[in-house]
Design a protein around this ligand. Structure first.
Ligand SMILES: Cc1cc2nc3c(=O)[nH]c(=O)nc-3n(C[C@H](O)[C@H](O)[C@H](O)COP(=O)(O)OP(=O)(O)OC[C@H]3O[C@@H](n4cnc5c(N)ncnc54)[C@H](O)[C@@H]3O)c2cc1C
Length: 642
């Protein structure tokens, strides 16, 4: 089977948008395989988005509006848009336009077949569908992967679910200039509920009953409530021309741009859906354009910069409100649109506003519901923010190395706090052990190029210093062996695997002895002599504050990073993923071994530094990287024509 430069797995909004932008940027000689279960006309979705008159795909839009209405129990706000138009494009028109261009390109092959698995092994990333296995240098996927759905810590699992009817009325009742963004004059169904109307002509419109809530409703319930609304509010006879149903995640998981080193995510899986609104179309265009430009220029898929973290913070505050206090949601929407132009709200939702503009918007909102959400939202945003700090790997590595040297120095000199008391000495030895483990983990990060991404020389220099000062170990030898371990873990070729006797003690001795050399012994002896003879330090102090932490940390690293994950038995994956995981709470996991216990996760995502492994915790649990039930799959199944 021939190998491709890129496989696009899933040709929905995300996949097709990427291909469109790749063709715009220039595909060159690159060969691309597109896989989707079906590219037939589906008639299932109308995609709306806002933009100026040059917005991407605005010329393909079937309708656009410059007036937006919002109706509350006591008032209707009709707002004019000066900077934006609100566009509506049918998913079929979009698909037809992109597919026509794809079909005209010789370098792109399209196969319609069900995808069963997406993964990455020693031969690179691959996709398995009903026709077999396909390999490429890169995979871009929008077919929900278990791996990318790994975050278990979704705190506000809100969904946007809706069912709409495209109706033809007997008499003209709609204003084709003005769409109804939200009409709240409906019963609130356990979450913010409203009707959304897209008028295509005076006698034709899509009328859609929508709810933001945790518990979803069936298509039938939504259609019945839409019909009740039409009868009560419009009072006209009508024919149903088409139905559409959707159930989209609006939750606060932090989706990742990548599933593994060469598998990138796009569309909902890649976090292109705006969590607090469910709008995806324009975000997909912006992000896939950047991804496609990078691929066209370099032949590689790359992460693109995320929006400033404050927008994720606002999203979470709103989601928390929709989740915990849906009854307040309505008041917030009313204040938001009453006191701000729609243009400004759209710019805010596009994450293009300045901090000053945002503050002036928030001051016009009832702010106590948001303030009361801060204790719940701030810690999670803070940890997310930490992962975005530039040079974080370098700062952590330097911090660990420096504190380790200080901890040993103070311990040996007897200058640590409370020196001489059993408790303080015990705590100091524990701290030094933890930091010693951190020093080896730092060297391990260097082997994966993660301390200073893109700078092999800095990684090697820090890795060399860490392994040598830790125990006189050769960084280059460890590095070579470690990459063989990643390629063939828990096999006879794995240098870290047992040598025929899986007994933990025997294995530990074999493991340690294979990395020891005469140079290491010479270095360790020289250090010991320096401490005892040259610096006249008491032997017991050298033992307790230097030797014990070192030996205990090797045991800790061996048990958590080698024995537990790779001992014979059932593994969570095959090939490079022959590993298990120590599924502890993130705080315990950090204390246990700098998250090295999330070992399956590390083998699946060697591109993630230790301090980010908790974010993909669970990908080695029940949810291995295989196709899981996808909300978008549910969506397309549920759609039917009237
Ligand atoms: C009715 C409806 C109306 C919407 N309206 C709007 C709107 O107005 N504005 C807006 O911005 N967003 C809207 N959305 C949301 C938007 O459609 C989605 O967010 C968007 O389609 C997500 O893009 P995606 O590429 O992640 O998924 P999809 O577009 O669903 O693409 C996924 C693709 O993967 C394929 N696939 C899935 N599983 C497999 C498998 N096992 N094997 C092979 N192929 C597979 C599917 O066939 C599909 O082509 C709407 C959604 C619905 C359902």
């Amino acid at each position: 089977m021939s190998r491709y430069d890129l496989i696009v797995a899933g040709a929905g909004l995300g996949g097709l948008s990427f291909l469109w932008h790749l063709l715009e940027a220039g595909i060159g000689a690159r060969r691309v395989l597109v896989l989707d279960r079906s590219l037939d006309v589906r008639g299932d979705r109308t995609w709306c988005f806002w933009g100026d008159d040059k917005a991407e795909f605005s010329s393909t839009a079937n309708t656009s509006w410059h007036l937006a209405a919002l109706t509350f129990e006591d008032e209707t706000l009709t707002k004019e848009m000066l900077e934006h138009r609100y566009y509506c494009i049918s998913s079929d028109a979009f698909r037809a336009k992109v597919l026509a261009r794809i079909n005209a390109c010789e370098n792109i092959t399209v196969i319609e077949s069900n995808i069963r698995e997406i993964g990455e092994d020693e031969s690179g990333p691959y996709v398995v569908n009903d026709q077999g296995r396909w390999e490429a240098d890169w995979v871009l996927q929008s077919v929900r992967l278990g791996a990318s759905d790994a975050s278990r810590d979704v705190r506000y699992p809100v969904r946007q679910h809706f069912g709409g009817l495209e109706i033809q009325t007997e008499t003209p009742v709609f204003d084709p200039q003005c769409f109804t963004m939200m009409d709240f004059r409906v019963e609130q169904q356990g979450g913010v509920s409203f009707v959304y109307i897209l008028p295509f002509a005076p006698d034709r419109a899509l009328v859609e009953h929508t709810v933001f809530s945790v518990n979803t409703m069936s298509p039938g319930e939504h259609y019945a409530l839409t019909e009740a609304y039409v009868q009560e509010r419009l009072g006209v006879q009508y024919d149903i021309k088409r139905r559409e149903f959707g159930d989209l995640p609006m939750d606060d998981r932090a989706p990742d741009q990548q599933s593994s080193a060469h598998v990138f995510n796009v569309g909902i899986v890649g976090g292109h859906i705006k969590p607090s609104t469910g709008y995806t179309f324009a975000r997909v265009q912006r992000r896939t354009r950047a991804m496609a430009a990078a691929f066209a220029a370099t032949g590689r898929l790359k992460r693109i910069p995320d929006a400033p973290i404050r927008f994720a913070f606002y999203d979470r505050l709103l989601l928390r409100l929709l989740h915990d206090k849906p009854e307040v949601g309505l008041t917030v929407f009313q204040a938001l649109f009453k006191r701000n132009s729609v243009d400004r709200v759209f710019r805010f939702l596009d994450e293009r506003t300045t901090l000053h503009e945002e503050l002036s918007m928030f001051l016009k909102l009832p702010f106590w519901p948001f303030i009361s959400g801060l204790p719940a939202v701030l810690p999670r945003i803070f940890t997310q923010w930490l992962t975005k700090i530039p040079h974080m790997g370098l700062m952590l590595a330097t911090g660990i190395l420096m504190t380790w040297v200080m901890a040993i120095g103070l311990g040996l000199a007897g200058w640590h706090p409370g020196a001489g008391s059993l408790l303080s000495d015990g705590l100091w030895i524990t701290l030094t052990t933890f930091l010693s483990t951190g020093v080896f983990i730092t060297a391990h990060e260097c082997m994966h190029g993660l301390v200073a991404p893109g700078s092999p020389r800095i990684n090697r220099a820090i890795g060399w210093f860490a392994t040598w000062s830790y125990a006189g170990l050769s960084y280059d030898a460890l590095n070579r062996a470690h990459h063989v371990h990643h390629a063939k873990p828990a096999t006879e070729e794995d240098p870290d695997y047992h040598r025929g006797n899986p007994n933990i003690v025997r294995w530990y001795i074999d493991f340690m002895s294979q990395y020891s050399t005469w140079k290491q012994w010479a270095w360790m002896s020289a250090l010991t002599l320096t401490f005892i003879a040259a610096l006249s330090l008491p032997i017991e102090r050298v033992l307790l504050f230097w030797a014990v932490p070192l030996v205990v940390s090797t045991v800790q690293l061996f048990v958590v990073g080698t024995w537990l994950p790779h001992r014979p038995g059932k593994y969570l994956g095959d090939g490079p993923l022959r590993a298990r995981t120590l599924d502890l709470h993130p705080i315990l996991s950090l204390l246990a071994c700098f998250h090295f216990g999330y070992h399956y996760e590390h083998h699946a995502r060697p591109d993630l530094p230790w301090w980010r492994l908790w974010q993909v915790r669970g990908m080695g649990g029940e949810t291995r990287p295989q196709i899981l039930a996808d909300p978008t799959v549910r969506v397309s199944r549920a759609v039917s024509s009237g």
